[in-house]
Design a protein around this ligand. Structure first.
Ligand SMILES: NC(=O)c1ccc[n+]([C@@H]2O[C@H](COP(=O)([O-])OP(=O)(O)OC[C@H]3O[C@@H](n4cnc5c(N)ncnc54)[C@H](OP(=O)(O)O)[C@@H]3O)[C@@H](O)[C@H]2O)c1
Length: 262
């Protein structure tokens, strides 16, 4: 039987994606860190569509052991994977010198390395057709001082999945890299968006908007998708702005705005 893996399933964007996928009749494997939250989510999704099959597993994506245990479990179940939705991510933002070693490893692994491991797993255990959606960020479109690890890991997702898509051409695999601007998910993110004033107002999108549009982009096999017209215009302006200017603006904006929710 075919299943779709969603990492970050209990988070703001992940949960919305799970709801849409369940309503669309897709069987799901939910990945998150908290077993109780995963169990509650599976009940909620079943109430939306009793016909879908839901399995879940608590996995720490920062731990290679935990990820490998997850793969063994899924292999034993003989699930065929028709979709990978890699949503999990850590958006810690602070000067690099303020990080400790453990946090550097954690953010790198959750944001990028485990996405690569999951891609390998789903390709080895794929159904006839496979869809991969990975949630990067508009922050992955340019290097960002004081957000440098986050933007680098999100940029790595763009490079890796673009390259992979080239390798898998003609093999019935659709790949879309989603680069959202501001999405109204966690309380601290909503506060952060409010503090950005007009820019935040224009950039912000609901998880529902982002997920619905991104699923459509995946259906069309769009490679990089930026949800929202304003965010696409900003990305275009950013592309033609010389980096030294951008770097100064970004550094000034984020120098004293730390966040660390994980
Ligand atoms: N919100 C935005 O403005 C925005 C903008 C651009 C991109 N994004 C990206 O969108 C994705 C979802 O963000 P969100 O706003 O929905 O935030 P969120 O609610 O905080 O979701 C993040 C998810 O990542 C999971 N996660 C973190 N560390 C993990 C670990 N060690 N092992 C397993 N799972 C882990 C969390 O799992 P638990 O359920 O176990 O906590 C959570 O479900 C992220 O990749 C983020 O970078 C967000």
């Amino acid at each position: 039987m075919n299943y779709n893996i969603v990492t970050g399933a209990c988070g703001g964007i992940g949960k919305e994606l799970c709801k849409l996928l369940a309503l669309g009749g897709n069987n799901l494997i939910l990945i998150g860190r908290n077993e109780e939250k995963l169990s509650d989510l599976s009940v909620e999704l079943k109430s939306l569509n009793a016909n879908v099959k839901i399995d879940y597993m608590a996995v720490d994506l920062a731990s290679e052991n935990s990820v490998m245990n997850c793969f063994s479990y899924l292999k034993d179940k003989n699930y065929k994977i028709s979709g990978l939705y890699y949503v999990a991510g850590i958006d810690t933002r602070k000067g690099f010198e303020k990080y400790d070693y453990a946090k550097l490893t954690m953010q790198s692994r959750v944001n990028f390395e485990s996405a690569v491991l999951f891609s390998k797993f789903v390709l080895e255990n794929r159904a006839n057709e496979l869809k991969i959606m990975v949630v990067s960020s508009a922050c992955g479109l340019t290097p960002m001082p004081y957000f440098s690890l986050y933007s680098a890991t999100k940029a790595s997702l763009i490079y890796f999945f673009k390259g992979l898509k080239g390798e898998l051409k003609g093999k019935k695999v659709k790949i879309t890299i989603v680069c959202p601007g501001s999405v109204t998910t966690r309380e601290d993110i909503i506060e952060d968006i409010k503090a950005q004033g007009l820019q935040g107002k224009l950039s912000k999108k609901s998880p529902k908007f982002v997920c619905e549009k991104s699923l459509k982009a995946l259906e069309k096999n769009k490679t990089v998708y930026i949800p929202g017209f304003y965010n696409r215009v900003v990305a275009l302006i950013s592309k033609v702005t010389p980096y030294p200017i951008k770097s100064r603006i970004i550094a000034k904006k984020f120098k004293n705005k730390e966040k660390d929710a994980f």
